[in-house]
Design a protein around this ligand. Structure first.
Ligand code: DX5
Ligand code: ZN
Length: 233
């Protein structure tokens, strides 16, 4: 199939915004929970495709967040699909709670779960999309057992816990290698952590479909400018 997007972009280089073909999932981890409602209201208007909700138990990663409350607030204030990232131990125990709170996509860390295949199946049985997350030090071959069960595979560009950390450069090669492992399967690659306007284009060129933007969106002069800087990188 002709890639219409790139055909038009190349024909009118500069004539239309030279936007990259990527979906942005803004992370609200760095936003005060009392301000999240207002923060997510205009994300769709400014070009975001998801809202990324970071749920932390303080055990899997050295931070905590009120994940259920965060998901409920985002669901009440945005029509965008909620991309819920579980940085919790034994995520299998909490899937239903997050679905009931409003999760549309649930990703969890394979290294935190003893029932990975069943948990992916359970998320699908509830009609939601499912994915696995790999920390920067986790072997990419881990996902090979689950390629027929995931809709998305998320690579961390930082070690989990906080927004605003420095992007780990080795993530670039990991995206390319994961793209090779996935082949032509219908699985999206998401990168989470340290994504900025100066690295997003290479991430996309290497095969990333969805980029999480936390500080690049919510620490920008405005949310609109933060999103535009990523989409037009
Ligand atoms: C880190 C979270 C990320 C983070 C992204 O544990 O999973 O989603 O909030 O924030 P930035 O884009 O600032 O690294
Ligand atoms: Zn995240």
């Amino acid at each position: 199939m002709i890639d219409i997007y790139n055909f038009i972009k190349n024909q009118y280089k500069g004539g239309i915004k030279d936007m990259i073909n990527v979906q942005i999932s803004p992370s609200v981890l760095s936003v005060d929970i009392d301000k999240i409602g207002d923060a997510v209201k205009n994300l769709e208007k400014y070009g975001a495709s998801y809202v990324h909700c970071d749920c932390l138990d303080g055990v899997f990663a050295p931070n905590t967040s009120d994940g259920i409350r965060m998901v409920k607030i985002c669901k009440a204030n945005s029509n965008l699909p909620l991309d819920v990232h579980l940085m919790i131990m034994n995520p299998d125990k909490y899937i239903k709670d997050y679905v009931d709170a409003g999760a549309d996509i649930i990703t969890f860390h394979e290294s935190a779960c003893t029932k990975t295949a069943e948990t992916l199946d359970f998320i699908h049985s509830l009609g939601k999309k499912a994915g696995l997350v790999l920390n920067p030090d986790i072997d990419l071959n881990t996902v090979k057992n689950y390629l027929d069960k995931v809709d998305v595979i998320m690579l961390m560009g930082v070690f989990p816990g906080f927004s605003g950390q420095k992007f780990i450069p080795e993530t670039m090669d990991r995206v390319s290698k994961l793209k090779e492992i996935i082949g032509d399967r219908n699985i999206k690659i998401e990168v989470d952590g340290g994504v900025k306007s100066n690295n997003i284009r290479e991430l996309v060129e290497r095969g990333c479909d969805i980029c999480v933007g936390g500080s690049s969106v919510f620490n920008a002069p405005s949310i609109k400018e933060g999103l535009e800087a990523l989409l037009n990188a």
